[in-house]
Unconditional design. Structure first.
Length: 106
């Protein structure tokens, strides 16, 4: 159980065209990096098990920790704020990702 003071959640509709354009550009950079990883996933996953990877500027950066991988990516591509970060598990196995509702809510 996590105990701590929760901050209130604040939401708003962003209607500033400049901010929306910045967000769209960032999503575009992320999409390019994601597409690059999808195209290279067999090689990347087979060669870098147990490592953290970061894709920026459609280029792969590999390190032992996430901060190290991000630092390498930012050094090479400081303009790319749409980088994609992943940890590649050491063991190859099937994984099931699911959200289970508690029985009390059913």
């Amino acid at each position: 159980m996590i105990l701590g003071k929760a901050e209130p959640l604040v939401m708003w509709i962003e209607d500033d065209p400049e901010e929306n354009a910045k967000a769209a550009a960032q999503r575009g950079r992320f999409r390019k990096n994601s597409d690059w990883l999808q195209a290279h996933i067999p090689d990347v996953y087979s060669q870098h098990r147990g490592k953290c990877i970061c894709v920026a500027g459609q280029e792969l950066f590999v390190a032992n920790t996430a901060p190290e991988a991000i630092a390498l990516a930012r050094e090479a591509h400081p303009e790319d704020n749409g980088c994609l970060m992943r940890y590649i598990p050491r063991e190859r196995m099937e994984r099931i990702y699911a959200h289970l509702r508690s029985l009390a809510s059913m």
